[in-house]
Structure formats: structure tokens, C-alpha cells
Ligand binder design. Structure first.
Ligand SMILES: Nc1ncnc2c1ncn2[C@@H]1O[C@H](COP(=O)(O)OP(=O)(O)OP(=O)(O)O)[C@@H](O)[C@H]1O
Ligand SMILES: [Mg+2]
Length: 298
């Protein structure tokens, strides 16, 4: 495995077109080395979740390049991206995105099921992961029977299921009280200390201060350290385009909704999925196995 986990060059993302185009990312150059713990910070609407979705292979960029672990991932097909997600990426969402009707253990086992691990091995590893995040005693509970902090621990265990090269977390403590939030953060620090590469979005400066490196994004662009320092000393810009758009459109939500919708639709199916990524992975696996459907005649 190469030492660079993330390498992007001039990554752009445009939502909509022509008259109502939103330039969410405007040329992101980001490099993250193996084993780093990076905090991604910036005002609401600055493009953090958009960038995380692309880095997590949940979305494709409009332009630019992205190499994950030395392999180009921009331009891969949906099925190929699903495989990359399942094997290489662990994603932790603010809203946990656990399957409500599946036990904690099953939630953690699902990514391993998609990866083709046998039952016994899945069980063993899920037990180990739950132990690692400190909730082994809740293995048979349903998510609704857990506190927010415990749910996020399950989500972290699930993210770690297939030993990902990269752990991405978009405001993982955003829905938690500060004490529980700090406990979950301590978990991320511990994972980092064990060699995991972590990229975490946060609004909380004390959280950002815990990371090894802070990357600041403003209006779809990474701020250079000097510009970031200047911006920190300057008064907030009320008319910042990203902020206006964010206030109007609740930017983080469409993707969260999409993830939730995928969870819900997948949960309605016989083989449910814990999040958008897993749902897509399952769909891709099914599509690959299924012969072409004949709609008419014969
Ligand atoms: N699916 C979408 N369709 C159209 N515009 C979008 C979409 N997703 C995000 N945007 C826009 O892209 C910009 C960046 O949004 P993004 O969600 O990445 O911001 P953020 O930095 O994560 O904000 P927050 O801190 O509030 O979560 C915003 O202007 C937002 O309105
Ligand atoms: Mg966001």
C-alpha cells in the first residue's frame, strides 16, 4: 500500500446547471498521508460534506482527479465504486444511519456480508469490533435501545468492519451532547493511534484542535494556512455565497436524505443495508448477478 491515501487535484463539483448552478467545490488539491488524523473545518455551505461524499466515493466529482490509495477512482463505474467503498472506506455519518430493525451485531456484520465473509468470521470480527468500541454487551440490542453515543460507536464499528484504508466522519459528534461527543472523539483518536487514517469534519474548534492537521475550506476552496489565519482574525463575511446557499437549501441534507432513503428502501427489502453505501453495494452486487431482464414477450 502506498503512503498517500488521498490525493486530489483540482477537484470540482457543480450542482445544477446554467442559471442555477452551484459551484460547491472549485478546485480542491488535498493530500492525506497514511496514518494522518485530519480535521476538515469551514463555514456552513463551504463544501465539506460535498468533498467528503466524493472522497468516500458516494458521489462523483464534476472535474479534477482523485486517487485513493494510489488508485484513480474518478471515472469508475457505480459497481466499481461500490466495491471500493466496501473494501477501502469506512464512513461515519452525523445521524448514525443504522438499520433500525437489525441488531447491533448485524449492523456491524453487514459490510462483511457484502464483502463475502463467512458467517462465523463475521460474527467473530463483529464481536471484536464491538469490544474495541466499548459496547460488546449491547451486541443483541436494537439501535433504538441505545443512547446516541452508543449508536455512534456501532456506526464506528461498522465503518471499521472491512479494515478500511480510510475512515471518513462527517460531523460524527454533531448530534451528541458535548460529554458524549468527546467520548466518541476519544475513540477516533484511539483509532488513529492504532494506525487508522482519519478525516473528520467538525464545526467545533476544540475537536479540530485534537487532530494532527486542520484543513480549512471556504467557498469550495482550501484556504492556505496564511489565508486561514487572516480569515480567523477577520470578521465573518455575511454575504458569503456558500453561506447564503446553505441557509436556503440545508446543504447537508440532500445526501443525508439520500442515505436515509437508501437505508429505508433497503430495509424494506429482504436484505437490508445500513447506509447509502451499503445499499448501493448490495444493488451493484445484485445487478452483477442478475441476468438481463426481459420485459415483454416470451
Ligand atoms: N445535492 C445538492 N444540490 C444542490 N446544491 C447542493 C447539493 N448539495 C450541496 N449543495 C450546495 O453545495 C454547497 C456546499 O454544500 P455542503 O453540504 O458541502 O456544505 P457543508 O460545508 O457540508 O455545510 P454544513 O457545515 O452546513 O454541513 C452549498 O452551497 C449547498 O447548497
Ligand atoms: Mg455538511
Amino acid at each position: 500500500m502506498p503512503d498517500t491515501i488521498i490525493e486530489t487535484h483540482q477537484l470540482t463539483k457543480v450542482f445544477g446547471n446554467n442559471g442555477n448552478a452551484v459551484h460547491a467545490l472549485r478546485g480542491i488539491d488535498l493530500t492525506v498521508a497514511r496514518g494522518e488524523f485530519v480535521a476538515l473545518v469551514g463555514p456552513s455551505g463551504s463544501g465539506k460534506s460535498t468533498l467528503m461524499a466524493i472522497l468516500g466515493c458516494l458521489d462523483s466529482p464534476s472535474g479534477g482527479t482523485y486517487a485513493l490509495g494510489g488508485r484513480w477512482v474518478h471515472g469508475l463505474s457505480g459497481a466499481e465504486l461500490a466495491r471500493v467503498r466496501n473494501e477501502q472506506i469506512g464512513f461515519v455519518f452525523q445521524s448514525y444511519n443504522l438499520l433500525p430493525r437489525a441488531s447491533v451485531r448485524r449492523n456491524v456484520e453487514l459490510p462483511m456480508l457484502y464483502a463475502g465473509l463467512g458467517r462465523r468470521e463475521r460474527r467473530r470480527r463483529a464481536g471484536e469490533l464491538l469490544e474495541q468500541v466499548g459496547i460488546a454487551d449491547k451486541a443483541e440490542a436494537l439501535p433504538a435501545q441505545l443512547s446516541g453515543g452508543q449508536r455512534q460507536r456501532v456506526a464506528v464499528a461498522r465503518a471499521l468492519a472491512n479494515g478500511p484504508a480510510l475512515l471518513l466522519a462527517d460531523e460524527p459528534t454533531g448530534a451528541l451532547d458535548s460529554h458524549t461527543g468527546h467520548e466518541v472523539l476519544a475513540l477516533f483518536r484511539e483509532l488513529h493511534a492504532r494506525g487508522n487514517t482519519v478525516l473528520l469534519v467538525t464545526h467545533d474548534p476544540t475537536v479540530a484542535a485534537l487532530a494532527e492537521r486542520k484543513v480549512e475550506i471556504h467557498d469550495g476552496l482550501i484556504q492556505l494556512p496564511s489565508a486561514a489565519a487572516a480569515a480567523a482574525g477577520a470578521p465573518a463575511e455575511p454575504g458569503e455565497p456558500g453561506q447564503v446557499a446553505a441557509a436556503a437549501g440545508e446543504p447537508g441534507e440532500p445526501r443525508q436524505d439520500a442515505a436515509a432513503a437508501d437505508s429505508v428502501s433497503a430495509a424494506a427489502a429482504a436484505e437490508p443495508s445500513p447506509d447509502a453505501a451499503a445499499a448501493a453495494d448490495l444493488a451493484a452486487t445484485r445487478a452483477a448477478r442478475r441476468p438481463p431482464r426481459r420485459r415483454r414477450g416470451r
